[in-house]
Write a protein that binds this ligand. Structure first.
Ligand code: PLP
Length: 281
């Protein structure tokens, strides 16, 4: 569905393949295990030669529809999902970082992300350097000092700072770094970071994607070769998105484009009012 606009993708992408009995909505498949005609069928599915599911921690039809929908909205080759946004962030970082690696990031990342960088990664021997979020020269200088991962967030939650993604992603690639961005606060309707050169874009689906504060979830999108590795980390370590949460996120996303459009309009009105207010800088 790559040719369609975000509204159509938010409504229908990823769903067709999971529909049964002429239903127009994706079913919530709670089954953890699956049945097969014979051992050959099981073996073909288990080894990826045939489409299908083996066990709920690995894959699930409802969850697959959610992943496919976000994948289409981000214009990505592949996507994999997580129980929360924080699981998306920690699993993605843990997939690629090794002791001795160096991460360049910004001071304004989401609170939980900041804790990963200050509390947990140093314990695994990963060095993290924090740059002033809007100081692009400083970010570029630290990248040149060496980094395996450049971790960005734009706009930042809650300080709403903006990074020139294309500029710093290029600097990251010049030193061979993997460039990851948390795009939660823009949503795929306002920003598609893969088009700006980043390798992986992740979201807390709990926020704009779900939109109703009734489901936690996370997702990461990018090229198949990278997503495969993150998926493998997650399927083994177990931060799997539940089928019910997948359904609620799918349902929430049907109005993603409408909600974001209205939120943009409202935010612009507030910004224009504040701009004319003499008490506000
Ligand atoms: C909320 C949020 C997260 C964490 O997501 P959870 O689903 O709460 O784990 C990560 N990044 C940003 C920008 C967020 O707003």
């Amino acid at each position: 569905m790559t040719q369609y606009k975000p509204g159509t993708k938010a409504l229908w992408s990823g769903e067709q393949e999971q529909l049964r009995y002429g239903a127009t909505q994706v079913p919530v498949v709670h089954s953890v295990s699956y049945g097969y005609e014979d051992m050959d069928e099981w073996h073909e599915i288990a080894t990826g030669q045939r489409e299908g599911h083996i066990y709920g921690r690995n894959t699930n039809p409802t969850t697959q529809a959610f992943e496919d929908k976000v994948k289409e909205l981000e214009g990505a080759e592949a996507a994999t999902s997580f129980s929360t946004g924080m699981a998306a962030i920690s699993n993605t970082l843990n997939t690629f970082l090794r002791p001795g690696d160096r991460v360049v990031t910004i001071k304004d990342t989401y609170g939980g992300t900041n804790k990963i960088f200050t509390e947990f990664l140093p314990k695994s021997g990963v060095d993290v350097v924090f740059c002033e979020t809007d100081n692009h020269e400083e970010i570029e200088r630290e990248i040149v000092n060496g980094c395996q991962v450049l971790y960005l967030e734009s706009p930042t939650n809650p300080t709403l700072k903006i990074i020139d993604i294309e500029r710093v992603a290029k600097a990251g690639h010049d030193v061979g770094a993997l460039v990851i961005i948390d795009g939660t606060f823009a949503s795929p309707v306002n920003q598609n970071p893969l088009e700006l050169g980043v390798d992986l874009v992740l979201h807390s689906a709990t926020k704009y994607l779900g939109g109703h504060s009734d489901a936690l979830g996370g997702v990461v999108c990018g090229p198949e070769s990278l997503i495969e590795q993150v998926y493998h980390y997650r399927e083994i370590n177990g931060a799997t998105l539940s089928p019910m949460a997948s359904y609620l996120l799918l349902r929430g996303m049907k109005t993603l484009h409408l909600r974001v459009k209205q939120q943009n309009e409202n935010a612009m009105k507030v910004a224009q009012y504040l701009k004319t207010n003499e008490w506000v800088e």
